[in-house]
Design a protein around this ligand. Sequence first.
Ligand code: PGA
Length: 260
Amino acid sequence: MEIIIQPDSRQASQIAARIVARLVREKPHAVLGMATGKTPLQLYRDLVLMHRESGLDFGGITSFNLDEYVGTPPAHPSSLHSYMWAHLFSHINMPRERINIPDGLTADIPAACRKYEQAVRSAGGIDVQILGIGTNGHIGYNEPSSSLSSRTRIKTLTEESRLDAAAAFGGEEGVPTHVITMGLGTIMESKMCLLLAFGKKKARAVALTVEGPVTAMVPGSILQMHPRAILVLDKDAASELKMADYYTWVHDHKPDWQKY
Ligand code: PGA
């Protein structure tokens, strides 16, 4: 794993934006895996700015989102569809037909999940999967105890995740109980995983993900098995890492050709 620790979330997001932008420039038909939540907001703002100010071209890019709430219409203000259009898709030139988000209203969830997996494969697989992490260590909505080789499927949210999502739904009672989420096996097939985490609230999940054992109880820890997992953290999220000084030293002494 590559651990990049920055003084704040702004600078961390800028590094993540440079990694994504480089891929988009070098591979105009790249496939991006998208995440939602508070964490990637600055990254999306940076990408929108790069599109507006330096013509970063998303015209050939395909995207797949990690998840969507079951029973939540795309037009619902708290749906993950709405989030993506509000913060990214309305502001860049990614063609609508190349945007893929699980359908929370599908009548046949297992069939829709199989189709989603097939669509990822047909697109050539995900080049960079953007990830946040839950306070309980989830990535996507793969809650603790998720199979480490799970595929896109329905999951029941934990109480902790429902509390974390409560503000967006006007209280915990409004939060859906189920989601469709890419599985850990799906995420692990991405060519690169780019996980962002900011704030003290994430410090424990980050420490367990990076320095704890690989376990279904901390789904993010499966990234230890990924050949190209980059974690971009602010110093609060990195505050419980035992080897933080070493990760910082590594980053500060990268040869020029390895810099972002
Ligand atoms: P957050 O959510 O970015 O809103 O903290 C992250 C997650 O639950 O994966």
